[in-house]
Design a protein around this ligand. Structure first.
Ligand SMILES: [Zn+2]
Length: 132
């Protein structure tokens, strides 16, 4: 597994379901999130799409499956909150459709052992007021 060029931490790779691809970086079929700086980067699709991503390395209570993938992509879009507002709204809907409490999850990530490359707490606050 490749590591994050910024933090030297192993990335958490995941396949992007077709329905979410337009919200993925570069519209990629696979992406990866750094569990430390939370950068989300596109990846070459490798391996079967059904494998369970290790989102537990971001936070113990990070949602699994498609809900987790939607939240991971949402975290990738958060630094460009105003620009990507439509994507963020769609990803939130997808996550909630998978049974995820998005605001609770984001709060947990704020409190997790992360070192975000952007002002996560501020963006989560704006997320709440823009889309809450
Ligand atoms: Zn990183």
């Amino acid at each position: 597994m490749p590591t994050c060029p910024h933090c030297d931490v192993e990335l958490v790779a995941f396949a992007v379901p077709e329905a979410l691809r337009e919200h993925a970086p570069d519209g990629a079929a696979a992406a990866a999130i750094c569990p430390r700086c939370l950068r989300v980067t596109p990846r070459e699709a490798t391996g079967p799409a059904g494998t369970d991503p290790e989102f537990g390395r971001v936070h113990d209570a990070f949602p699994r499956g498609e809900g987790g993938i939607a939240v991971a992509l949402l975290l990738g879009a958060l630094p460009k909150l105003t620009l990507k507002r439509d994507s963020i709204a769609a990803l939130r809907e997808a996550a909630e459709g998978a049974g995820v409490d998005v605001e609770l999850t984001l709060d947990r990530v704020v409190g997790a052992d992360v070192d975000p490359h952007f002002d996560l707490e501020r963006r989560v606050g704006q997320f709440g007021s823009l889309l809450g």
